[in-house]
Design a protein around this ligand. Structure first.
Ligand SMILES: [Zn+2]
Length: 144
């Protein structure tokens, strides 16, 4: 279950960040970028997040996960950009080919491997919009 250790590391990073840069209000959502090459279950990550965030500054927040495609840089021809994908009939996904699409050489992955926090959505500082009714003394229905 490496989703748990990922969620744990993310929460630690965010809470530390929030201690240094406090925000006004409650963190409603955390935006993540998930590299295409990082194999994880989003469902398990959300579940781990829900459990591990309890009692922290990000308790009750949503995870918004953006999938980041693989990007490579080729040391031979200096190509930098997306890769080609391989897909066979019957496959439910396309597999990125980690080679330079221009010269076919071995290319270095520069993006698509990590899980990174890209932003926080912060809500209203007031916990809710509860309206208090008070002093309804002028009730015409009431009789002494
Ligand atoms: Zn190349």
């Amino acid at each position: 279950m490496h989703e748990y250790s990922l969620a744990h590391a993310l929460i630690e990073g965010i809470t530390e960040h929030l201690h240094q840069h406090p925000v006004q209000g409650r963190v409603k959502a955390v935006h993540l970028r998930k590299g295409e090459l990082l194999i994880l279950s989003e469902e398990a990550l959300r579940e781990a997040w829900r459990i591990l965030s309890e009692g922290t500054e990000v308790a009750g927040s949503d995870l918004r996960i953006e999938n980041v495609p693989v990007k490579v840089k080729c040391p031979q021809c200096d190509y930098e950009g997306p890769v080609k994908y391989m897909s066979e009939e019957g496959w439910h996904f396309a597999v990125p080919v980690l080679a330079c699409p221009r010269c076919g050489g071995r290319a270095d992955v520069v993006e698509g491997r990590d899980l990174a926090i890209v932003g926080l959505a912060v809500g209203d500082a007031s916990p809710d919009h509860e309206r208090r009714k008070q002093g309804e003394d002028g009730d015409p229905q009431r009789r002494g």
